[in-house]
Unconditional design. Structure first.
Length: 134
């Protein structure tokens, strides 16, 4: 019988809270997903794991920008997230570049996204000023 995605994610997330060897856990998860032919579920499982970890005090976010961010900017984002999520005991913040964003930042979390990129603002402006938006 196939284990539900939610139960699978919960079991993995519980293990990640006290993991000693992350590489071993990653190999075990990959082997399970391959054996059960569930690799297509990986993105959804990862989001569920992140949400479970958030619910248990471990907030994970990724800051995406067009250009490399300076460390003080990442520190400011981390402080903002700590304020916005007071139940978070720890905040893990990653960053990556996406040149298609032109400028600004986007913060991606398990089931939330804050998009303050120029690309998003221009799309909103275009939508609001088009004949369909009126």
């Amino acid at each position: 019988m196939k284990v539900s995605r939610h139960i699978l994610a919960q079991a993995i997330a519980e293990r990640t809270l006290n993991v000693r060897d992350g590489k071993l856990l990653a190999r075990e998860i990959a082997a399970y997903l391959l054996e059960e032919r569930r690799t297509a579920d990986l993105e959804s499982i990862l989001r569920d794991i992140m949400q479970y970890r958030t619910d248990h005090g471990v907030l994970e976010a990724e800051v995406v920008s067009a250009h490399e961010l300076q460390s003080h900017v990442l520190s400011d984002v981390k402080d903002i997230l700590k304020t916005a999520y007071p139940k978070a005991k720890t905040v893990h913040l990653g960053s990556r570049q996406d040149e298609s964003l032109v400028g600004g930042v986007r913060i991606d979390m398990a089931n939330q996204q804050l998009d303050m990129t120029l690309k998003a603002k221009l799309a909103t402006f275009k939508r609001l000023t088009s004949k369909e938006g009126i």
